[in-house]
Write a protein that binds this ligand. Structure first.
Ligand SMILES: Cc1cc2nc3c(=O)[nH]c(=O)nc-3n(C[C@H](O)[C@H](O)[C@H](O)COP(=O)(O)O)c2cc1C
Length: 486
C-alpha cells in the first residue's frame, strides 16, 4: 500500500483508503455501504427522510456483512421534526459510530450527537459554513464543490472551496463534487484534503440501490451533460439547487416546475412519485424514470462502466498510486534498499545464536501493527476532542508517528513474505472507554510503554541491520512521545 494515500482521517473513520461513499438518499443502501466498506473505503447509509424501521434494518444488514465501522447520513432541513427525532433515536439506539449531516447546519444536533459519543461529519458549501460546523463540534468537514451531483450546497468549484476550507480548518477536510478517478484523489490530497467523497461514481456500481436506468444514463453521459437547476424541488426546502442529467423536465417539456401542477410519474410501494420531486429512480420503483431527477455530478462524463464498488475503488487507488510522484519515489528508494534478500534467521545455527526466526518476526510485526493501528486511530479520534491546541498538536504528532510505524511494519511483513493482520488492537476499544481525555492520554502512554518494552526485548534478536535500524527508530520515537505526553 502506498502509505501517502492512508491519511489520518482513515484512522479516524477506521478505513484503509481515503475514499468515502456519500450518504446518497436512495442509492446508498446497505449493499453498497457494505461493499465500499469491505473494499477499504468508508460508507454512509443515505437515510434522509427514511423511517426508523428502515434505518434499523439497514444498519443490521451492514453489520451482518462486515464488522468495520460505517455511518448514517441525515438531512435535518429536509425532514419533518418528528421524523427526524425518530431517525436520531434509531441511530443512537443502534450505536452508529459516525453521522454525516448536510444542508442547513443544526448546531444543536451536532452537539447532541457528540454528547452521545458519535463522530460527526458535516458537508458544507462554503468556508464560512465549515467554520460554523467546526464551532458546533463537527469533527470532519466535507467541502462540496458546485460540480457535485444531487443537492448542491457549494457555489464555487471544488478546488476553490477545498483550498479555502483547508486553510482555516482544524479538523480533517474531505473533498466532494464531480470526481471519478485516482487523479482527483491525488489532486485533492495535494490541496490538503485528507480524502474524497464520491456520490455519482459509486452510484454507478453493481451494488447501489439506484435503478439500472439511472446507472445506464450516467454511463451514457458525456462531459457537459449535467445541469445545475432548481427544477426538482417538491418535498425540499425552496431554493435548493440540484445537479442532474438533462432530461425532458430540464428542457421544460412538462411546463413550468413552479406553476403548482402535480402529476404522478411513478410509485415506490404505496408512495407516489411526483413530477418535479427530488426522488431519483431506485430499484424498487416503477414509473417514468426519464422524468425523474437523474442526479449526477460533473464527473459523470468520465464514468464508462458499472463495475462492483470494490473494482471502482481498486481502480481509483491504482491510478492514485501510479500518479503520486513523491510517494512513489520514496517507496522506490525503500524498495531499493530492501532489494537484497531479507536476512532473517531461519537456520538452526541462527536460532541457536539467539536470532528471531522469520515466523517470529512476522508475528512480532503483526502484533505491533495491530497495536500501532489502534494507537493511530485513538489519537486521531482524541485529537478532535482536545480543547487546547497543545494537546491537539501532541495527539496529532503521535498519530502521524503511529501511522508511519504501521507503514514500516507493513513493509517488513511484505519483505518477510508474511500476511499483514487486518485487525485493530483491542487497545482501541479499551482506550475509548476513558471519556476523560487526560485519563485517556495516560492510558495511551501506557500503551506506548508496552511497545517500548516489546521492542527492547526484540532488538537484540534482530539480525538484519536495516530492520534493526527501523525498530530502533521506532523505539526512540515512542520514548520521545512518552516523554512529551507525560
Ligand atoms: C443520487 C444522489 C443523492 C444524494 N443524496 C444526498 C443525501 O441524501 N445526503 C447528502 O448529504 N448528500 C447527498 N448527495 C450529495 C453527496 O453528498 C455529494 O456531495 C455528491 O454526490 C458529490 O458529488 P459527485 O456525485 O459528483 O461525486 C447526493 C448525491 C447524489 C448523486
Amino acid at each position: 500500500m502506498n502509505t501517502g494515500l492512508h491519511t489520518p482521517v482513515c484512522d479516524l473513520l477506521g478505513c484503509e483508503f481515503p475514499i468515502v461513499l456519500a450518504g446518497m438518499g436512495g442509492p446508498a443502501r446497505s449493499e453498497l455501504v457494505a461493499a465500499v466498506t469491505k473494499a477499504g473505503g468508508f460508507g454512509f447509509l443515505g437515510m434522509v427522510r427514511e423511517s426508523p424501521e428502515l434505518i434499523r434494518a439497514e444498519v443490521e444488514k451492514v453489520r451482518a456483512a462486515t464488522d468495520r465501522d460505517f455511518g448514517v447520513n441525515l438531512i435535518p432541513a429536509a425532514t419533518k421534526p418528528d421524523l427526524l427525532e425518530a431517525e436520531i433515536a434509531a441511530v443512537l439506539a443502534a450505536r452508529v459510530p459516525v453521522v454525516c449531516l448536510f444542508w442547513d447546519l443544526s448546531a444543536e444536533l451536532v452537539k447532541r450527537l457528540r454528547g452521545e459519543g458519535v463522530l460527526v461529519a458535516c458537508q458544507v458549501g462554503s468556508a464560512r459554513e465549515a467554520e460554523d460546523a467546526q464551532a458546533a463540534g463537527a469533527q470532519i468537514v466535507i467541502a462540496q464543490g458546485v460540480e457535485a451531483g444531487g443537492h448542491v450546497r457549494g457555489t464555487v468549484p471544488r478546488r476553490e472551496i477545498v483550498r479555502a476550507v483547508v486553510k482555516s480548518a482544524h479538523v480533517p477536510v474531505l473533498a466532494a463534487g464531480g470526481m471519478s478517478g485516482g487523479r482527483d484523489l491525488v489532486e485533492m490530497l495535494e490541496l490538503g484534503a485528507q480524502g474524497i467523497v464520491l456520490g455519482t461514481a459509486l452510484l454507478a456500481t453493481k451494488e447501489s440501490f439506484a435503478h439500472d436506468y439511472h446507472k445506464q444514463r450516467i454511463v451514457a453521459a458525456r462531459p457537459g451533460d449535467t445541469v445545475h437547476t432548481l427544477d426538482f424541488h417538491v418535498n425540499w426546502p425552496r431554493g435548493a439547487y440540484v445537479r442532474v442529467l438533462q432530461n425532458s423536465v430540464t428542457r421544460r417539456e412538462h411546463g413550468d416546475p413552479f406553476d403548482g401542477h402535480r402529476e404522478a410519474i411513478g410509485k415506490e410501494g404505496e408512495r407516489t412519485i411526483w413530477l418535479f420531486s427530488t426522488d431519483s429512480p431506485l430499484k424498487d420503483m416503477t414509473g417514468d424514470f426519464e422524468k425523474m431527477a437523474l442526479y449526477a455530478g460533473e464527473g459523470a462524463g468520465a464514468i464508462e462502466n458499472i463495475p462492483s464498488a470494490a473494482d471502482r475503488i481498486a481502480a481509483i487507488m491504482a491510478e492514485a498510486e501510479a500518479l503520486q510522484p513523491k510517494e512513489t519515489a520514496a517507496a522506490a528508494t525503500s524498495e531499493e534498499k530492501l532489494s537484497s534478500p531479507v536476512c532473517y534467521a531461519n537456520e538452526a545455527s541462527d536460532q541457536y545464536a539467539g536470532y528471531a526466526t522469520r515466523e517470529e518476526l512476522i508475528a512480532f510485526c503483526n502484533e505491533l501493527l495491530e497495536a500501532e493501528r489502534a494507537g493511530a486511530r485513538i489519537t486521531a479520534r482524541s485529537s478532535t476532542e482536545a480543547k487546547d491546541s497543545a494537546t491537539r498538536d501532541l495527539l496529532r504528532d503521535i498519530q502521524k508517528d503511529e501511522a508511519r510505524w504501521c507503514a514500516m511494519l507493513l513493509k517488513w511483513i511484505a519483505h518477510l513474505d508474511g500476511t499483514p493482520s487486518p485487525k485493530v488492537g483491542a487497545f482501541y476499544e479499551k482506550c475509548l472507554a476513558f471519556t476523560d481525555l487526560k485519563e485517556r492520554i495516560a492510558f495511551i502512554n501506557r500503551g506506548q510503554g508496552w511497545v517500548v518494552k516489546k521492542l527492547r526485548e526484540m532488538l537484540p534478536k534482530v539480525r538484519d541491520d536495516r530492520m534493526h535500524a527501523d525498530f530502533k527508530a521506532m523505539l526512540e520515537s515512542h520514548e520521545e512521545n512518552i516523554r512529551r505526553a507525560s
